[in-house]
Design a binder for this molecule. Structure first.
Ligand code: TMP
Length: 232
């Protein structure tokens, strides 16, 4: 999944952008649009995802998302996500940031806080402590939260799975009850309210073209704030 794009950087410094949201929020489609917007501005981008952004992570992803693993303990789940992330940060994210690139990642640490903390009920402070201890407390510069009603998101996700757009072997979370996905959504909104400087909320319940326009607007205003109006 991880891939490098573009070959220029026009003097831009490193940037770490994450995309978050419930299932079916359209993050993966928007990731491609964001790369296109940034590359026009001269940013050299690499994209990745969690879990599964590295070869070792891909093996961890299979265990995490396999619906046959419904007996997985929440603690096991937490530590597997953290293991995937340590590998990803050390072997992919940090080397690219050090080289001055923009790293765009489909899910990151907020997903652990929300899915394992808010939704599974594990101690959020413990999760933050683990992130500090093993992930060097790496924080994104910008997090785009694609927000929509869980009913709509889940229906979209199942449509994709049934149309073969995504492997049916990766449905452990889609099989969770609606109440679980409501906790995930509320958790994300709570995090966004607590950290307004880092989060931007995008209404992902609209058609794809409207979401793309909203993403572009948010991204350009973020770059404007970060670099000044003449140096997007
Ligand atoms: P994906 O469908 O966006 O690839 O994400 C895989 C699933 O893993 C999704 O249901 C969210 C879940 N997840 C967690 O529970 N904790 C995490 O830390 C991450 C990154 C994802």
């Amino acid at each position: 999944m991880a891939r490098a794009t573009g070959n220029r950087n026009n003097g831009h410094t490193d940037m770490f952008i994450t995309l978050e949201g419930i299932e079916g929020a359209g993050k993966t489609t928007q990731l491609k649009n964001i790369v296109a917007i940034l590359e026009v501005k001269g940013y050299e981008c690499v994209t990745s995802r969690e879990p599964g952004g590295t070869a070792i992570g891909a093996q961890i992803r299979r265990i995490l998302l396999d619906p046959q693993n419904s007996a997985m303990d929440a603690g096991t789940e937490l530590l597997l996500y953290m293991a995937d992330r340590v590998q990803h940060i050390r072997s992919f994210i940090k080397p690219h940031l050090s080289a001055g690139r923009t790293v765009l990642c489909d899910r990151f640490f907020d997903a652990t806080l929300v899915y394992q903390g808010y939704a599974r009920g594990l101690d959020k402070e413990l999760i933050r402590t683990l992130h500090r201890l093993v992930c060097d407390d790496l924080q994104p510069d910008l997090t785009l939260l694609f927000d929509l009603a869980p009913e709509v998101g889940l229906a979209r996700a199942w449509l994709q799975i049934n149309n073969g757009g995504r492997t049916g072997l990766e449905t452990r979370f889609e099989q969770e009850q609606l109440v679980f996905h409501r906790k995930v959504r509320d958790g994300y909104l709570d995090l966004a309210n607590r950290e307004p400087a880092r989060f931007r909320i995008i209404d992902a319940g609209r058609d794809e073209a409207s979401v793309t326009r909203a993403v572009e607007k948010v991204l350009l205003s973020f770059l404007n704030e970060r670099n000044g109006p003449n140096q997007l």
